[in-house]
Design a protein around this ligand. Sequence first.
Ligand code: ZN
Length: 348
Amino acid sequence: MLKTLKQATLGSLKTSGVFSLVQNSRWRQRRLLILAYHGISQEDEHLWDYTQFMSPEFFRARMQLLKTSGCTVLPLGEALNRLYANDLPDKCAAITFDDGTADFLGQAFPILKDFDFPVTLYLTTFYSHYNRPVFDVICSYLLWKGRDLSVNLKTITGDDETVELSSEPSRRSTLQRLQQRARESGLSAEEKDAMVATIAKQVGVDYDELLSKKILRLLKPEEVTRLAAQGVDVQLHTHRHRTPRDRELFLREIDDNRRSIQAMTGACPTHFCYPSGNYDAAFLPWLKEAGIVSATTCDLGLATANSNPLLLPRMLDISSLSSVEFAGWLSGVSAALPQRRPAYDMAG
Ligand SMILES: [Zn+2]
């Protein structure tokens, strides 16, 4: 209901010329739109999770809209320097991708290159080195793949119990049980991967084939090296995609992540993105201590010169956002309308 109303409002604001009034205003010129993306589907990933994935056609249409709307897309570092120097060009935007799933290389990057748009990739590095699909994410995907089935958990968790996977709540509770079992048993990455292979078998998915297609796998270190050589700005997202509430463990996440990225790219990353958008006031001094110059959240909004550089808002662009809503963000009009924060289960 709110969405329909908002679409109608945005539509009439667009036709009445309010979009162009706002987008050419001093108000918008002092603001930076940081766009956030995750994955661009190789197959059906966007049908499984539309908040994390979009189809290549959809992403290309977004980039086209960015171009035709006359936005200036700057590299993140330059955009932030100019934001705080009150020197932004008109309708400025920066593009960021979180995590570094392998589809970035084959799907997202060629499209970005076509438009000559700079991009920042916030890379989490543990699974880049280990290079098997991320446990929680691949479990969720496989349960969705088995959505026409009932499976017995005996070979997976040891529980002789059959669960049906047709409904979203049932898949979610099954996923929680798998995560809990992995946690309680203290499974290693290899043991968790063996569990994933068993789940794949149960839901009739050829795991080797899925691996060869690199679905839900992260970029390999050598792929990151190649992307960095082609101008992709690779920045921090923690080593294990987590933000411990303990200073030493938190700093270790940054340090491991930074050393990994530096070895891949030859450059020292200083920009950070909170995994899953999770932030806490306690992190700010630790980030400063680690020499971090900016940190982005999943909080919706445009950044201004008054924004805390370690709590920057972004606009997480998802498949369910219509093109008029997206254009509303480019122009700045949407930032003035009431927002309902979407549910980003695993976002960030
Ligand atoms: Zn992430």
